[in-house]
Design a protein around this ligand. Structure first.
Ligand code: C2E
Ligand code: CA
Ligand code: CA
Ligand code: CA
Length: 279
């Protein structure tokens, strides 16, 4: 028993070392990565269910790490959030997003909306609004084509500040969506507290729509409730045609997920939009 206990400890300690090692490897390069242009925005199409047209995209960060290869945001956003790098990184994402919206001012692409994720620290820091104003102005962008996604948990870290921020954003014509809707402790109270344009139904509800009658009822009721409050609804993580058919039958406005496309490099996303609108 003693040796087994020790074996478990060694196993635990080896696993921890690997995790710590990766963390150090990521953390040590994270600041440099921004200077060396190792980040890239991928775009995942958002589809209007009534017409099946691509109406926009969500921008999702990727990091081309020189040793580890492509690193997803779940591995580095928490580190960036802790270390404070999320502020310059978040500014970079907004700047890239505005540059894209500027580049899309051509007939085939000018209808596209771009959704950008905001981190908790970005929302509660003082720099966001001035930075946004500069970006929108210098790129000459229609603010209604920019949508900012804020998670329930980020918004609830400081509800009063979030409420004020969302009012400021919407007074500029920028769209606001609540991300991962339904995963927080009191999702319904956000609908009362915050002024919003859209809710994003979390993938965890969409996943079992076909097999779990409770999830089906929750999703259908959420869509109806949001509509009666004048909000639009997008479902995320849509992977099957059956999920898509269900959402469409329940009048869900839009959907996003692997059924339509994974997050794509910008050029591939643009090619997909052009191919589907001329066809
Ligand atoms: P999120 O905002 O909930 O983004 C959706 C995630 O679900 C993305 O993961 C996307 O690739 C994945 N996904 C989309 N469709 C499907 C599907 O049909 N099935 C499954 N299984 N997954 C799907 P990704 O790109 O790894 O991003 C993870 C998270 O990292 C995001 O979750 C978001 O919270 C954060 N993130 C990404 N980019 C940024 C950014 O620029 N700033 C901030 N603050 N956070 C970001
Ligand atoms: Ca999101
Ligand atoms: Ca989400
Ligand atoms: Ca998520």
């Amino acid at each position: 028993a003693k040796s087994q206990g020790r074996g478990n400890f060694q196993f635990f300690s080896a696993a921890m070392n690997t995790a710590t090692h990766e963390r150090l490897l990521l953390e040590s390069r994270l600041w440099q990565a921004l200077e060396q242009d190792e980040f890239e925005l991928y775009l995942q199409p958002q589809v209007e269910l009534a017409t099946q047209r691509i109406i926009g995209a969500e921008a999702l960060l990727r990091w081309h790490h020189p040793e580890l290869g492509m690193v997803g945001p779940d591995r580095f956003i928490p580190i960036a959030e802790e270390s404070g790098l999320i502020l310059p990184l978040g500014d970079w994402v907004l700047q890239r997003a505005c540059a894209l919206l500027h580049a899309w001012r051509v007939p085939a692409l000018s209808h596209l909306r771009l959704a950008v994720n905001l981190s908790a620290r970005q929302c509660h820091g003082p720099g966001l609004l001035p930075h946004l104003d500069r970006m929108l102005h210098s790129h000459g962008i229609n603010p209604a084509l920019l949508e900012l996604e804020i998670t329930e948990s980020a918004a609830m870290q400081d509800p009063e500040r979030s409420r004020a921020l969302l009012i400021e954003l919407r007074s500029r014509g920028i769209k606001v969506a609540i991300d991962d809707f339904g995963t927080g402790y009191s999702s319904l109270s956000y609908l009362k507290l915050f002024e919003l344009d859209r809710i994003k139904i979390d993938r965890s509800f969409v996943k079992d729509i076909e097999s779990d009658p409770d999830d089906a009822v929750i999703v259908a009721a959420t869509i109806a409730l949001a509509h009666s409050l004048g909000l639009e609804v997008i479902a995320e993580g849509v992977e099957t045609q059956a999920q898509c058919d269900f959402l469409r039958a329940k009048q869900c406005d839009e959907a996003q997920g692997y059924l339509f496309a994974k997050p794509l490099p910008v050029a591939q996303f643009e090619a997909m939009v052009r191919a589907t609108t001329t066809a």
